[in-house]
Design a protein around this ligand. Structure first.
Ligand code: BDP
Length: 709
């Protein structure tokens, strides 16, 4: 198996008990509404049942005089089978039930709307695939929030920024691909976990996205998305009126600029009536923005939002706005402050179809960050959380890192705004501050590789993103278990082995790449991959941890540091300000402490750094050993592919471990009290090898190499 089917494999059910039980399922299906989205649901049900149970469902257009699956929206079910009505169902919601009427049993999938029918069908198929008993079918679900989107960072030349699985499924050579069939398959995967929108191009957007030819191409993608209820949206560059439109300015308040944008919005909706809206990255990492004209993000966002509003479109403005030319010598400079400093004063100034899209932490998708304080800093503005499915700083397509536990920590975090419970999940769901809009955005970056994400286990992150966006209350363990059963097997040995790896993987990765909230000590200037510890310091990017011979950590306290902690609501600020209540896991994000500072867990910072990196690398090696238990229990192709990757990961974890530990030892001058660091009896040093055509050279910074060579 290549992994192309993802979690929609619909593997044949072999368990005799389940097969016997599923004999009772009906032989036919009735679809009460033959519009495109419910039609996809019907086809999917037929496909799934055929593949799992080797039975071809008969398709009826009226209720048959025998047991049947019945699919429809509330009004249709009311007409055909009033006994089955589930009560009020919101848009996108569904109810699954077994109803007995006219002497027959009907397995009813009722949707609050067409999408609800589709989501209910996928849910039913997932239950079938995980061998649940369908005789007692009874489930009613609503999505947590209306925005459940993925962003793709695809460039129009066909490359993907921070994509690790081949080239773009959407673009090639400056235009939309001729063959966009893969985009329909992608939309099917997205819909199966309730994702209802996809932004198809890089947030560092090309102005060409708004050219007439491109809009024609986008319409072809939207046609592929539509049967799966996925709305297409695009990222736009704010200087497009100038670079593409030929105007002398892109000032968002200039009438000509406004007219130009209006013409583009009209052209988009003429060809894509269900167009979702725009995503904007501005004044960030070199992207043009309203600050150039003394305008605010609200000025730019509102100008576009007003045009989108009559069509039901939305404007997602990213809070990832910061200056990447900060002065490292300025002890008050702090990139983490930027989103709050810029957006908090604008609260209440945005149109109601503007959503501020906020990365979970204040820096940039690091392995461990506190939640961004701006979540609590916007009470009158809709918000979405941005999570990164593509593993940019978390091992790319080479390390198994299941990110759901990381995201759960952010979503479950209680910011205590207004001295009441306000978790990040409740804020982005719109519940905490009463907004109709809000939700979840996942940067997915799938590519043309057959298995979509490169590492077979990375697909668990895409699956988990969709499931969490649908219901942030789900546990990491429940998501892992569902994904594993659908992706590999219902065999308990397989499920427990894969789940064990997934559920320990984030902790292991954090252990060997950067503990105590220091950040991922990766090469931040280039690939964002592999150790590059010193690369974060002494530059303008602000991913600093301010290590020296005395101590380590960024002082963000109000008392002596950058004051960042003061951006949190009082209860949280109080907890972070004091070392007595500061959690170990985030210590170095918030405080500068001596290397021999003693943690709550009793260890010193330096000794814990050594211990955590050794423990993390050991865990990674254990994943490889554990995986071997699956030999013969899953298909050879995926077994071997994951094994190869886990072997690599366990080796690269040692490279990481030694780089960070050697660096910490030379910085602090304090040896490992267990004598491990610097002694590698079993290691073969690259500089001791001979290879034709290569010479040994010094490497700067030294920690990125073996023995500085
Ligand atoms: C960073 C990525 C960069 C993105 C940026 C963003 O390295 O490629 O453009 O985030 O989110 O993590 O805009």
């Amino acid at each position: 198996e290549t992994g192309a089917a993802g979690w929609l494999r619909y593997a044949a059910i072999r368990n005799p008990e389940t097969l016997r039980r599923d004999q009772a399922l009906p032989a036919g299906v009735v679809l009460l509404d033959r519009s495109p989205v419910p039609l996809s649901a019907e086809q999917e049900l037929v496909r799934g049942v055929r593949s799992m149970l080797d039975r071809t469902l008969r398709i009826d257009d009226t209720l048959p005089e025998e047991d049947a699956f019945v699919l429809g929206t509330a009004s249709e079910i009311e007409g055909a089978l009033p006994q089955a009505r589930a009560g009020t169902l919101q848009p996108e919601s569904f109810s699954l039930s077994v109803v007995h009427a006219h002497g027959h049993a009907y397995w009813v999938i009722e949707g609050g709307d067409a999408r609800g029918v589709l989501y209910g069908t996928f849910r039913l198929l997932a239950k079938m695939g995980t061998e649940q008993d369908l005789a007692m079918l009874h489930d009613s679900e609503s999505p947590s929030a209306p925005i459940r989107w993925v962003n793709q960072w695809d460039n129009i030349d066909g490359s993907i920024e921070r994509g690790y699985a081949g080239r773009s499924i959407f673009f090639d050579n400056g235009a939309v691909r001729e063959d966009v069939s893969r985009t329909g398959e992608y939309a099917r995967l997205l819909a199966s976990v309730g994702i209802d929108g996809c932004t198809v191009n890089n947030v560092n957007a090309s102005p060409k996205m708004l050219s007439p030819e491109m809009i024609g191409g986008l319409a072809r993608i939207a046609d592929e998305f539509r049967p799966w209820g996925v709305r297409l949206s695009i990222s736009v560059a704010l200087n497009s009126p100038q670079t593409l439109g030929g105007l002398s300015t892109f000032d968002p308040l200039n009438p000509q600029v406004i007219a130009w944008w209006q013409s583009r919005v009209d052209a988009l909706y003429a060809q894509i009536p269900d167009f979702g809206g725009f995503v904007v990255k501005a004044d960030s990492e070199g992207q043009p923005g309203p600050s150039q004209y003394g305008r605010t993000p609200a000025d730019a966002a509102n100008m576009l939002a007003r045009m989108l509003k009559p069509h039901g479109g939305i404007l997602l403005y990213r809070a990832f706005v910061y200056n990447h030319h900060l002065d490292w010598n300025d002890m008050k400079a702090d990139r983490a402050r930027a989103a709050y400093d810029i957006f908090h004063p604008l609260d209440g100034k945005f149109e109601d179809n503007v959503v501020v899209q906020i990365k979970y932490g204040p820096i940039d998708f690091q392995v461990r960050e506190p939640v961004s304080p701006i979540f609590a800093g916007l009470r009158k503005t809709s918000e979405a959380i941005e999570l990164q499915v593509t593993q940019e700083y978390t091992g790319q397509a080479h390390h198994a890192v299941f990110l759901i536990p990381l995201w759960k920590e952010s979503l479950d975090f209680d910011l205590h705004a207004d001295n009441r419970s306000t978790t990040v999940a409740s804020i982005v769901e719109g519940k905490a501050f009463h907004h109709a809009l809000g939700g979840f955005v996942g940067v997915a970056n799938v590519g043309l590789d057959a298995n979509w994400m490169g590492h077979p286990l990375s697909m668990a992150n895409l699956y988990g993103f969709g499931r969490l966006a649908w219901n942030p209350e789900l546990t990491s363990a429940a998501i892992a278990e569902e994904w594993t059963r659908l992706t590999f097997s219902n065999n308990p040995e397989v499920a427990s082995t894969v789940d064990g790896i997934l559920l320990h993987s984030w902790h292991a990765y954090e252990g060997y790449t950067g503990s105590l909230g220091i950040g991922t000590l990766t090469d931040i200037l280039h690939a964002h991959y592999g150790p590059g510890i010193e690369s974060a310091e002494r530059n303008g990017w602000g991913q600093w941890f301010r290590a020296d011979h005395q101590g380590v950590g960024m002082d963000r306290t109000v008392a002596t540091g950058t004051g960042y902690i003061g951006q949190y609501p009082p209860e949280v600020a109080k907890r972070y300000e004091s070392l007595a209540t500061m959690p170990d896991s985030l210590l170095l994000f918030f405080h500068h402490v001596p290397w021999n500072y003693r943690l709550h867990n009793g260890q010193t910072v330096i000794q814990y750094t050594y211990n955590a990196h050794y423990a993390g690398a050991e865990e990674a090696a254990q994943f490889m050993t554990d995986w071997k238990r699956l030999d013969g229990l899953i298909d050879d192709e995926r077994y071997q592919k994951v094994l190869d990757l886990l072997i690599y990961q366990s080796g690269h974890a040692v490279v990481w471990r030694d780089a960070v530990c050697n660096w910490a030892k030379s910085m602090s001058g304090i040896p490992d009290d267990r004598g491990r660091v610097g002694h590698y009896p079993d290691r073969i040093e690259a500089e001791n090898m001979k290879l034709t055509g290569y010479t040994v050279v010094d490497v700067t910074p030294p920690e990125t190499a073996s023995g500085a060579k």
